[in-house]
Design a protein around this ligand. Structure first.
Ligand code: FES
Ligand code: FE2
Length: 356
């Protein structure tokens, strides 16, 4: 990374300039450069267990439909009819026999082939068998389902590889979905990610969390497309259990917060240049100890989340104030922020090169 002239070495690094955190144009650029060019977490296997089960999502403004076929294969398509762009499904569902467009009733098989199109007999050279929904890339990992809009995303294994091995014997695939909490935050999506990526704010923003993590040995490791912050847990048998806290960030907008017997996934979804939604999905191991901690985990996580939201919203105001110039990063505590910003800088440069 250091060889790239765009990239400052960590001990000289500055944060990303404020202009990247404001304005519609920047977000539109990021939809193309970042979100359309990465693996996006969209669902969990339990939502798509049987043929006809489907999930409706959007990636970078593109409506996406995931559906399990009669053949048991999980597929993803743009949720966009080949007739005049109507939606094939409006919400998640179970056991559909076919995909009926909600506009004029063209009907596709679960595998994406057009089966019937009412009253089209008069259309010359029109054959239903010629029409199919264009497939998108899908990947399942540890029960989580990912979609990529474009072909030229990094190989999935290059992005998520090594995580499952690192956290063993914790087994993410064995955990069951418990609930989703969703928060709207008045900040750019990157403010939320930046904040996640450093423990530097821990003593100042999270008095409760500071008691269960050990700031002195809180550690950050960098990989190609993800980073890991980890800390031993202490005073935490009722909340998280005994062991280690693993906080994974996977570029560009996924977090895997792993405690003994519990996985919490976060997806950071931009709603506008200064607004995002954060979705937390909780999964728990089926053992008694993990189940007994669910309520304490929920209230403690909510407290930490409220603290993060308040500081992120204040930071967004600071970034939009016109008074902020990109500041120096703390090499000891902010290498994760540096790593994320470098991946963004590379993505922005790629997108600029492509337009030129
Ligand atoms: S847009 Fe789908 S049937 Fe017309
Ligand atoms: Fe925080």
């Amino acid at each position: 990374m250091q060889a790239d002239p765009l990239i400052e070495p960590l001990d000289r690094a500055h944060a990303l300039p404020a202009r990247y955190y404001v304005g519609e144009a920047m977000l539109a650029m990021e939809r193309r450069a970042v979100f359309a060019r990465s693996w996006q977490l969209v669902a969990h296997r339990h939502q798509l267990a049987e043929p006809g089960d489907h999930v409706v999502e959007a990636i970078a403004g593109t409506p996406v439909l995931l559906v399990r076929g009669q053949d048991g294969v999980l597929r993803a398509f743009p949720n966009v009819c080949r007739h005049r762009a109507g939606p094939l499904a409006l919400c998640n569902g179970k056991g559909a026999r076919a995909l009926h467009c909600k506009y004029h009733g063209w009907t596709y098989t679960l595998e994406g082939r057009l089966r019937s199109a009412p009253e089209m007999q008069g259309a010359a050279d029109f054959r239903v068998e010629d029409i199919r929904l264009p497939p998108l890339r899908v990947h399942e990992w540890q029960g989580l389902v990912f979609v990529a809009l474009r072909e030229d995303v990094p190989a999935f294994a290059a992005v998520y590889g090594g995580i499952a091995e690192r956290i063993a014997p914790i087994d993410l695939a064995a955990m069951r979905f418990h609930r989703r909490d969703s928060y709207e935050v008045a900040c750019n999506w990157k403010v939320y990610v930046d904040n996640f990526l450093e423990g530097y704010h821990l003593p100042h923003v999270h008095p409760g969390l500071s008691k269960v993590l050990d700031y002195r040995v809180y550690d950050t490791e960098l990989f190609d497309w993800h980073s890991l912050q980890s800390s031993p847990l202490r005073n935490s048998s009722d909340i998280y259990g005994d062991g280690r806290a693993y906080y994974y960030f996977v570029y560009p907008n996924v977090m895997l917060n792993i405690m003994p017997g519990r996985l919490q996934t976060n997806r950071i979804l931009p709603l506008g240049p200064d607004r995002c939604r954060v979705e937390f999905d909780y999964y728990y191991a089926q053992d008694e100890a993990a189940q007994a901690r669910i309520a304490a985990d929920a209230s403690f996580s909510d407290e930490v989340q409220r603290e993060d939201i308040a500081i992120c919203e204040a930071v967004q105001k600071g970034l939009a104030s016109g008074t902020y110039e990109a500041g120096r990063l703390c090499p000891k505590r902010e290498s994760g922020v540096w790593h994320f910003h470098n991946l963004l800088r590379a993505a922005y440069a790629d997108a600029a090169g492509e337009r030129a």
